[in-house]
Design a binder for this molecule. Structure first.
Ligand code: SF4
Ligand code: SF4
Length: 61
């Protein structure tokens, strides 16, 4: 399975990862940061590649 984590200290809230996720498992929280809101990540790496600041980490278990 794939697990995505977003570092809120690094995220600048651009929303690109949210828009680019084909599984729609990313969202924006009240702090204006991206967060994981669902499961079933497909491991496509879109969020990792689109993030301008390297805030997204993708692990496979
Ligand atoms: S790896 Fe793909 S499916 Fe998983 S959270 Fe990122 S964009 Fe969405
Ligand atoms: S692409 Fe990166 S900086 Fe933009 S909202 Fe997502 S995690 Fe934050």
């Amino acid at each position: 399975m794939y697990v995505v984590t977003i570092d809120p200290e690094v995220c600048v809230g651009c929303g690109e990862c949210v828009r680019g996720c084909p599984a729609q498992i990313l969202g924006m929280n009240d702090d204006g940061k991206a967060e994981v809101v669902g499961d079933d990540c497909m491991g496509c790496e879109s969020c990792v590649l689109v993030c301008p600041v390297g805030a997204v980490k993708l692990d496979e278990y």
